[in-house]
Design a protein around this ligand. Structure first.
Ligand SMILES: [Zn+2]
Length: 305
């Protein structure tokens, strides 16, 4: 039986091993939800920023100065605001950088790292992994890791695939790189261990979700029908409800924001008000993805097999 589907066969013709193989490639295994969070916290709060900046139009081979300028806004106005807010609130966060974005803004990356935030891998130029020719994803991911390490002096321990476009090769690349965690897949609300073909990998998955992503609500593309101008108050309501659920269950609240999207004058107050709501609700552990992944791996309630 072949491992990959016969391209000439329709899914309804696939033999059982074919569809079992497909779902088993990067599957949620054991839950890594801990019995308790550090310091008596009721909930872990993982705030992340995907610092894509100019790489979105570059990825699309779009040389439009207008779209490039939207990306530059992320570096020029959004990042200083975001770093000021995080500093004022004393909150550590995780920043995922495409290597090209980091090379365009090395001072920003160094400033983020110096402020105690985590720098994670986020592709080379925001390429879509599932559209790459064989071998390119591995090469680009390794080069991205090397680039971030050379800029900050620290080897990244975590990765978020660009657009959460985790390919059938991504898990092998993560394992070869020896990463602690990934944050792209969505099989749970809380941390879990990734399995490959039914076998535990030791790789922690910190699941994001489109519900907790600002791009879904605000990302506008001029020459397409994509114009979701959601009122900031509605976005705040959704994020608050997601947090309230995580707090009630003693779980993890993971938020994904983009500087060039959320850093605007009308939108960053959403994060500010969300943080105020979280702090007013009860004891929470604000931590980087790396610290949460490490803690979950060491303190999972469910024993390893
Ligand atoms: Zn991104």
């Amino acid at each position: 039986m072949t491992d990959t589907p016969n391209p000439h066969a329709e899914p309804w013709q696939w033999p059982e091993p074919t569809w079992r193989n497909i779902v088993g490639r990067a599957r949620a295994g054991r839950s890594l939800a801990p019995t308790a969070w550090p310091g008596g916290a009721r909930c872990a709060v993982a705030i992340s920023f995907d610092a894509d900046h100019e790489t979105i139009p570059l990825r699309d081979s779009d040389e439009s100065p207008m779209r490039i300028s939207q990306g530059q806004y992320g570096n020029r106005r959004a990042m200083p605001r975001i770093l000021k807010l995080l500093d004022r609130e004393a909150i550590p966060a995780s920043f995922f950088y495409p290597a090209v974005s980091a090379l365009l803004h090395p001072e920003e990356v160094r400033r983020v790292a110096a402020a105690g935030h985590e720098i994670g891998i986020h592709s080379w130029i925001h390429e879509a992994n599932t559209k790459l020719p064989p071998g390119a994803e591995r090469d680009l991911t390794f080069r991205a890791a090397d680039t971030l390490e050379s800029l900050t002096g620290t080897r990244p321990v975590g990765m978020r695939t660009a657009s959460w476009d985790f390919s059938v090769d991504t898990l092998d690349i993560i394992r070869e790189l020896g990463l602690l965690y990934d944050s792209s897949l969505m099989a749970d609300d809380d941390a879990y261990e990734l399995e490959a073909d039914g076998k535990p990998t030791g790789v922690v998955e910190l699941p994001p979700e489109w519900i907790r992503d600002d791009a879904v609500y605000w990302n506008f593309v001029r020459f397409s029908g994509l114009r979701p101008y959601t009122p900031p108050s509605s976005v705040l309501e959704i994020f608050k409800s997601e947090f309230d659920g995580a707090y009630a269950e003693g779980g993890m609240f993971l938020l994904t924001l983009h500087p060039h999207i959320s850093g605007h004058r009308s939108r960053l107050p959403v994060l500010e008000q969300l943080i105020a709501h979280i702090k007013a609700t009860g004891p929470c552990w604000f931590a980087t993805h790396a610290d949460i992944a490490r803690y979950c791996k060491e303190n999972a309630a469910e024993p390893s097999a």
